[in-house]
Design a protein around this ligand. Structure first.
Ligand code: ZN
Ligand code: ZN
Length: 84
C-alpha cells in the first residue's frame, strides 16, 4: 500500500509500485473535501500532500476578522501596524 500499488484510502488496486502512497479518484475527492491538499501524481492516481494551507484560517485577535493562518502576521502589520 505504501509503495502505491494499492490506494492508501480504500485499498483498491492502483497499478505498479511508484514508491509513495497513492489515492484513487474517489479517495482523493474525500480528502479534498476534508481540507487536504491532494495532487495528481502524473503516474496515475493522487497523492495527499498535507493540509491545505489556504483552508487553515484563524481569527485575528485584534479585529476578530477571519484571516489565513499563514497571513496573520502580514494582516497584523497591514491592518494594525503591529510588527512581531
Ligand atoms: Zn481509494
Ligand atoms: Zn485584524
Amino acid at each position: 500500500m505504501l509503495d502505491g500499488t494499492l490506494c492508501e484510502g480504500c485499498g483498491v488496486f492502483m497499478g505498479e509500485d511508484v514508491g509513495f502512497a497513492r489515492l484513487c479518484k474517489g479517495c482523493a475527492q474525500d480528502r479534498r473535501e476534508s481540507g487536504r491538499d491532494v495532487r495528481k501524481t502524473g503516474l496515475g492516481g493522487y497523492q495527499d500532500v498535507g493540509p491545505k494551507p489556504n483552508l487553515a484560517k484563524t481569527n485575528c485577535p485584534i479585529c476578530n476578522k477571519r484571516v489565513k493562518k499563514v497571513g496573520l502576521g502580514q494582516h497584523k502589520r497591514d491592518a494594525h501596524g503591529i510588527k512581531d
